[in-house]
Design a protein around this ligand. Structure first.
Ligand code: AMP
Length: 223
């Protein structure tokens, strides 16, 4: 864990749905002691709690569209200002639009910090659909598993916390197609945004989980 004088370790994990961001995020956040800030998880938690924000987000999420920028930007701004984020954060699923990326840069600039690494997990589209259709998510800790590629030790039960596993509504085929379209239209430009800044590190996400983890670790350690 960084000490008070260290520069905050702010990391963005980019990639299409099903690229393995959640799986890698768990490892990175544990190994580097960073809060894992996943906007999808934050939004789902708002829905479970039945907050106004959760109600606003619901229709967008169920159709595979993006929740409006102002809603998500405010949510992330609040989260990265919390004391536990002072030494850095790992952002997963944010930014998803260039407007969000610009807002994040502005927010970090005001705080005297800037994004250190952008890890981009690249996986071909046909593999994504296959991965998402077998995905099971933990209701309690949001860990994800795959029926054949990464099964839990006991079917339906999370290895990490014992929580119940379920299949997300938006992992159904028609919503997955809509989400992929949204990704191509809105988030591919974010990849280019960070490429232009010279911060993008492309990682082949179409390999063993452990191999992706090893590369991510080396990038963050600057090797
Ligand atoms: P995820 O768990 O990252 O796949 O996100 C699930 C859904 O939450 C997405 O399909 C969007 O509707 C919404 N969402 C998550 N993150 C964002 C974001 N950064 N901007 C807009 N909508 C988001």
């Amino acid at each position: 864990m960084a000490d008070n004088t260290a520069i905050p370790l702010d990391i963005v994990l980019l990639g299409p749905l099903g690229a393995g961001k959640g799986t890698q995020a768990k490892f990175i956040s544990e190994e580097f002691g960073l809060p894992h800030v996943a906007t999808g998880d934050l939004l789902r938690a708002h829905r479970v709690r039945g907050t106004d924000l959760g109600r606003q987000a619901q229709a967008f999420m169920d159709s595979g569209a993006l929740v409006p920028d102002d809603v998500v930007i405010t949510m992330v701004r609040d989260r990265v200002s919390q004391p536990d984020a002072a030494d850095g954060v790992l952002l997963d699923g944010f930014p998803r639009t260039v407007a969000q990326a610009e807002a994040l840069d502005g927010q970090f600039q005001q705080m005297g910090r800037s994004i250190r690494h952008v890890l981009y997990l690249d996986v071909p589209s046909d593999k994504l659909v296959q991965r998402l259709s077998g995905r099971w998510t933990c209701r309690r800790c949001q860990a994800t598993y795959h029926e054949s590629n990464n099964p839990p030790r006991t079917a339906g039960v999370c290895d990490a916390c014992g929580g119940e596993l379920y299949q997300r509504e938006d992992d159904k085929p028609d919503v997955v197609t809509a989400r992929l379209k949204t990704y191509l239209e809105n988030t591919v430009p974010v990849v280019e945004y960070y490429r232009r800044q010279g911060k993008l590190r492309e990682i082949n996400g179409n390999q063993e989980i452990a191999a992706v983890t090893a590369i991510s670790r080396a990038v963050i350690r600057g090797r």
